[in-house]
Structures are given as structure tokens and as C-alpha cells.
Design a protein. Structure first.
Length: 220
């Protein structure tokens, strides 16, 4: 997996879509983000008072553009599949996995670690691309093309592909219970043909219109 060739925009964004899963009452949380990139989301949570402590983990350290990293409590660089943090067992209120699990060789192994880092009443927020999205179906079945791209569903660094059902099965077979599952079409704030069609068909085709899925889960 080569993250060096990714554009700066790949690492620089606050994941407001994933943070939609927060409760209004969430304050002073201890938060870990796996796949933290430059720490934009964690920095946002700390500044808003939603988090009191934030720890970011990422496989890639951008040594050339160090100035892009946000000032958070701790950055850890390394492959989450190979490292462990006993000091953080039963520690975090919230662990974020924003479009991370599909990049891993053994996602269940990592979810097992996450389970240990999470407090008994803590939660995880997970986002993952949906390979059932109509754009993927068009690419594969109409165009006959499974070519990889810089980002998106066919990101060159993706090792696994999931539909909504498979994401839920992965999480629940790893010791988590689903609290919320939501397709991206539901929290898309703009206007689009797909959003209109989804609404008038009462969500029948939601899985074809949701580019990714968001899950909020707790320990089972």
C-alpha cells in the first residue's frame, strides 16, 4: 500500500459526515482515531469541547509536510495491525474508524484491539464504502472495468470490499452491537436526483444510492 502518492486533500478533511453520529450531550470524551491522517477531525473535537483528550493513529507519517499536522495530544505512526497499546486498554469513550477497515489485511484482528481499548460503555463510529453503489455496478457490469483509482470505492489501497450487510456482519462478529446504521444518502445535505428518487421510493433503492455506510456500535 502506497500512501505517499496520495494528494494532500486525501488527508486533510474533518469527517463531519461521521460526526453526525454524535449525541448533543457528548462532552469531554477521550477519543482515539485510527486513520487520523493530519488529525483534522480530532483537533476539531478537542476545540469544540467534545473531546478532552485525543489520540491519533496512522500508518503513514508525512515527514515532508510536517506543518500540516494538527496539535493534538498524541500521534502514533505505525500499522495498527502490528502494534498494540496496553496503556489504553478500557480507556476511550469513542474510537473513530473512518474508512479504515477496508484497507486492512485482517480487519477482525484490529476490531479485537479496538474492543480492548474501548470503555465498557464506549462506542465506535465506523464508515466504509459501499460496493453496491450504482457507480460501482456501472463500472463493473456495464463498462467491464475493475480498474483502481486514487480514492473512492476503488481506491488503490483498498484490500476488501463490502456491502451494508457485510459491514454489519463484520462488526457484530467482532463483539459489537449496532446502535445506528445509516447510508450516506440520508445525511447528504444537497439536492440530487438520487436523493429525490430515494425519497419517493421510500428508500427501496437506498443501498444503490449510498456511497458509504456509517455505523455507531457498542460492546455487545
Amino acid at each position: 500500500m502506497n500512501y505517499k502518492d496520495k494528494s494532500k486533500s486525501y488527508f486533510s478533511n474533518i469527517r463531519h459526515d461521521l460526526l453526525e453520529l454524535l449525541n448533543e450531550s457528548d462532552k469531554n470524551l477521550k477519543v482515539m482515531e485510527i486513520g487520523a491522517a493530519y488529525g483534522e477531525t480530532l483537533y476539531y473535537l478537542k476545540n469544540k469541547g467534545i473531546a478532552s483528550e485525543v489520540v491519533g493513529v496512522d500508518i503513514y507519517e508525512d515527514k515532508i509536510n510536517k506543518e500540516n499536522y494538527k496539535n493534538i495530544d498524541r500521534f502514533i505512526f505505525g500499522n495498527i495491525e502490528d502494534i498494540d497499546f496496553p496503556e489504553y486498554y478500557n480507556y476511550f469513550d469513542l474510537i473513530l474508524l473512518p474508512d479504515v477497515l477496508e484497507h486492512l489485511i485482517e480487519p477482525k484482528k484490529v476490531l479485537s484491539k479496538v474492543h480492548k481499548y474501548l470503555k465498557q460503555d464506549g462506542v465506535i463510529f465506523v464508515s466504509m464504502p459501499n460496493v453496491r453503489h450504482y457507480s460501482a455496478l456501472n463500472k463493473i457490469f456495464i463498462k467491464g472495468d475493475f480498474g483502481y483509482e486514487e480514492s473512492g470505492i476503488f481506491d488503490t489501497t483498498h484490500l476488501r470490499f463490502y456491502c451494508r450487510k457485510n459491514i454489519k456482519e463484520l462488526l457484530e462478529s467482532s463483539g459489537f452491537k449496532t446502535i445506528i446504521e445509516q447510508g450516506s444518502i440520508k445525511n447528504y445535505r444537497g439536492n440530487s436526483i438520487t436523493k429525490i428518487i430515494n425519497k419517493i421510493t421510500f428508500g427501496i433503492f437506498e443501498e444503490f444510492f449510498s456511497y458509504q455506510y456509517f455505523f455507531k456500535s457498542k460492546k455487545a
